[in-house]
Every structure is written in structure tokens, then in C-alpha cells.
Design a protein around this ligand. Structure first.
Ligand code: NDP
Length: 330
């Protein structure tokens, strides 16, 4: 039997419960995995609460991440006993996901667990941390070096933000952390932020161009926050945009692009091609400070996932949330 969070929509109203499913209930796929650890991301919270159109069909097992042990494989790259991780590819949206004790997926979606990470550490990183690394790599690719100036990270006390602050600071960048929770300033400083900015400063509509403040940005907020970040970039600054915690729209002007040569880089982790995700995981395994990672991680059991999800949408989650499903397995 499989333990799983299950989202159903028998009529207009979505329901969600922790339940048990038959072993043969899993969807098609050439690799079966015993899940050891899972994680909770903002997108999982949207799926579980029904607050955003994440789930494409019902019933659905949510969970865009998992780490576990292969038990059956018809895929040439994997055999029983291999430790693997999965992030994205529509898992937890259109294909049953990681908030369960087993999954069956397309082996092309799996990444080997990096040798120096445990399953718990991989899920503490999760999609949020892997996306933070995609942002950092994009800044680097665009030529933003530590001597260019400060990098601003929005939603800094959340999952993507916390990992981004840690990665950037450890690479030698000066980091300005934007947060709606000023009480988290000591936490953000412990991750390496040198400046703490109250989110309120960026949450109301500003001018098309503001004082030049930052050389680069990791933005998880979108909406007015992203517009204000764009307006305050230095000449030829680079903004990586990955989130919508403040909203989907972008009430901005073209002024930063045409007068300051600012670059806006979109970051998508879900369909990111395999070579780039392997590179991101390799870099994460090599350079993420595991003591800082542990300090930003909270553990909750599978039976507390449903009650925890709404806290993401209220901005009440600090750092990352991992879910031990069968932790002895990876
Ligand atoms: P979290 O909930 O962990 O963090 C989001 C943070 O955003 C909050 O902790 C809060 O930080 C801040 N925030 C909340 N509300 C607002 C607001 N109204 N305005 C500005 N900031 C706000 O989520 P994740 O870090 O997991 O994800 C962050 C965003 O990135 C989400 O929108 C998610 O969907 C997106 N995402 C996108 C990916 C991609 O592939 N493009 C992959 C992963 C995530 P604080 O209190 O410090 O201000």
C-alpha cells in the first residue's frame, strides 16, 4: 500500500486528504521509486490549498520534489538500489508527485543523488534551492561578478531566497536581503546578507527609474516589487525573475532596459534541460554551506503537510520544509 496526499475535485470544490492507495494505483512510468524524503514548496502549497491553478487533472498526488531509492527500472540509466532525486517536469501538477511513499515516473526526469548529499539535504535544497542556483548561474553567465556591486534578493527569508542569500554570500557577493519580516534580520545575516531591506520599501509603485543600487537581483516576488527592483538596477545590471509571491503582473516601464541596459532573465526550473539541472545540482553539492542549509530547514511529517501548506501563502514559512517519508531509505 502507498501512503499519499491525494487532491480530488469531485465537483467544484477541491478536497485533500492523507490516504492509502493500492500499489497498482501509480501512473505509467519506467522507474518506480520508494520515496525517502520529500519537500514542500510554494507551488505545492498552491496545489494543496487550491489557491492557484497548479493541478492540471484530478485526482492528483501533489509534491514537485522527491528523493528516494529505485525499486524497479526499465530505464537504461537506473537500476534498483540507485539513489535519485526529482524536481519538476510537471510532477505534482500533471503526474502524481512526491508527497507519497512511492512514485512511478519517466526515468528521463530523474537525477542521481549527488554523492556527498543525503536525501534529507537534497530535499532541504529541493526545487527552491535548485532554482536559487539557476538564478546564481544566470547572474554569473551574464557577467555579474562580486566586484560589480550588491545583489538584491527578494523574499529572502523564504525557500528560494534563503538558499540564494547563502550561495551568493559564499561566492563573495555582497547581498541585500529584502524581507517582509524584519524580525528575521539576524537569520538573514547568519546566511551572509550584509544589508537588510524592509519589503515595504519596494511594495508600492515607484518611479520608472530610481537611484542605482544593485548590480544583480534574484526576484521571487514579481509585481510591484520586481518593477521597483528593475528601476533601481545599476547600469547594465541583471535581474533574474523566478517567482510570483507578490503577484503575476509586472507593472513596470521599459526605462531600465533602454536607458540603463538592464537585462531581465526568466528562470524556469520545471522544464529546465537535463544538462543544466545536472550542472546546478553539481554546483549545489560542491558549494552550498550544509550547516547553513540545516539552519534553514524545518522537518514536518506527512500527516502535517496539509495543515502546513496555507502558511506558505501567508509568507509564514522560514527557509525550507522537508518531509521525512521513509528516511532510512536515502
Ligand atoms: P516561500 O513561500 O518559501 O518564500 C516566498 C517568500 O516571498 C516569503 O517567505 C516572503 O519572504 C516573500 N513574500 C511573501 N509574500 C510576498 C509579497 N506579497 N511581496 C513580496 N514578497 C513576498 O516560497 P519559495 O521560496 O518556495 O518560492 C518563491 C517563489 O518562487 C514562488 O512564487 C514560487 O512559485 C516561485 N518559484 C519558481 C520556480 C521557477 O521554476 N520559476 C521554482 C521555485 C519557486 P519574506 O518574508 O522574507 O519577505
Amino acid at each position: 500500500m502507498i501512503d499519499a496526499i491525494l487532491i480530488e475535485k469531485p465537483d467544484d470544490q477541491q478536497t485533500v486528504k492523507l490516504t492509502t492507495l493500492e500499489d497498482n494505483a501509480l501512473p505509467e512510468g519506467d522507474v518506480r521509486v520508494d520515496i525517502a524524503w520529500s519537500s514542500l514548496n510554494y507551488k505545492d502549497a498552491l496545489a494543496i490549498t487550491g489557491a492557484g491553478p497548479v493541478v492540471r487533472h484530478f485526482p492528483m498526488v501533489p509534491g514537485i520534489d522527491f528523493a528516494g531509492l529505485v525499486t524497479e527500472s526499465a530505464h537504461p540509466d537506473f537500476k534498483p538500489g540507485d539513489k535519485v532525486i526529482l524536481n519538476g517536469w510537471g510532477v505534482g501538477e500533471k503526474h502524481w508527485g512526491g508527497l507519497a511513499s512511492q512514485a512511478r515516473v519517466n526515468g528521463d526526469w530523474l537525477v542521481p543523488l549527488p554523492a556527498n548529499l543525503t536525501g534529507r539535504q537534497a530535499m532541504a535544497i529541493g526545487t527552491a534551492g535548485y532554482t536559487a542556483m539557476l538564478c546564481v548561474l544566470a547572474l554569473e553567465k551574464q557577467g555579474v561578478t562580486p566586484d560589480a556591486g550588491e545583489i538584491v534578493v527578494t523574499g529572502a527569508a523564504g525557500g528560494v531566497g534563503s538558499v540564494a542569500v547563502s550561495l551568493l554570500a559564499n561566492r563573495g557577493y555582497a547581498v541585500a536581503a529584502v524581507t517582509g519580516r524584519m524580525a528575521e534580520a539576524p537569520y538573514l545575516k547568519s546566511l551572509g546578507a550584509s544589508t537588510i531591506i524592509d519589503r515595504a520599501e519596494l511594495s508600492t509603485p515607484g518611479k520608472p527609474l530610481a537611484r542605482e543600487r544593485w548590480a544583480g537581483a534574484v526576484d521571487v516576488a514579481g509585481c510591484t516589487v520586481l518593477a521597483n527592483v528593475l528601476a533601481a538596477m545599476q547600469y547594465q545590471g541583471v535581474v533574474t525573475a523566478c517567482g510570483l509571491a507578490a503577484g503575476m503582473d509586472l507593472p513596470a516601464s521599459v526605462a531600465p532596459f533602454i536607458l540603463r541596459g538592464v537585462t531581465l532573465v526568466g528562470i524556469d526550473s520545471v522544464m529546465c534541460p537535463k544538462p543544466r539541472r545536472l550542472a546546478a545540482w553539481q554546483q549545489l553539492a560542491a558549494e552550498l554551506d550544509l550547516t547553513q542549509l540545516n539552519a534553514m530547514t524545518t522537518e514536518i511529517p506527512l500527516d502535517q503537510v496539509i495543515e502546513t501548506a496555507p502558511k506558505f501563502l501567508k509568507g509564514q514559512i522560514r527557509g525550507r520544509v522537508v518531509v521525512p517519508v521513509a528516511p532510512a531509505k536515502a
